[in-house]
Design a protein around this ligand. Sequence first.
Ligand SMILES: [Zn+2]
Length: 221
Amino acid sequence: MRTTYPKIKGVNWSKIHDTNTRKFLLHVHTELKQAGGSLDMHQAKSVKCEGFRVGGYFDSEDSVLAVAMKRPFGAWVRILVHEYSHFEQCRYDVPAWRNSTMPNGEDSGQILWDWIEKKGKVTDRRLVDAMYRTLDVELDCERRAVENLKRFGLPINVEAYARQAAAYMYFHPYSVIRRRWYRPRHAPYMYPEIIKAMPVTLAGDFRKISAETILLFDKYC
Ligand SMILES: [Zn+2]
């Protein structure tokens, strides 16, 4: 029997040939709807999130998951599975998700970002705490993403995904050491030399970065 696919904002079903990816999109759409939200796929290279151009985001207040689809197939599927994994964290109210908010209600990622941008003051201790919380929520998300890639049989190489995610994880401690984030279009997971140096699983905690990895990030990012 042929599955009839519903209309989803921004999705052109005839252009998605992989059956498992179609099923996954349908699953994400259904779950978000049940949560009172929506899946917004955009035929654009980026989407706007709090003033920044990004590949995708999950907005937990409205349960809206947005993805910029005008990218290579593998790229938007990676974004979709990552943001969907944030949705799962929110829905199951997992500790890493809860703890990404500081005890005083501030967002840990915002503290890290403001410090990098040299806005306001923060103690070293609070900065490192905020970075660990940001790292932990992303790491928990990426571990879920790896499980989702397998569970839904998505056509993305799991080891390659894990290596890319590992590079992104290590950028967190790096950002505190160098007080900077990567330049636009210079994400650490884009460079083969960096990818080659990364672990193939996300079993580690990624809090400590080696001197070699620091030099690689200095070189490319
Ligand atoms: Zn994320």
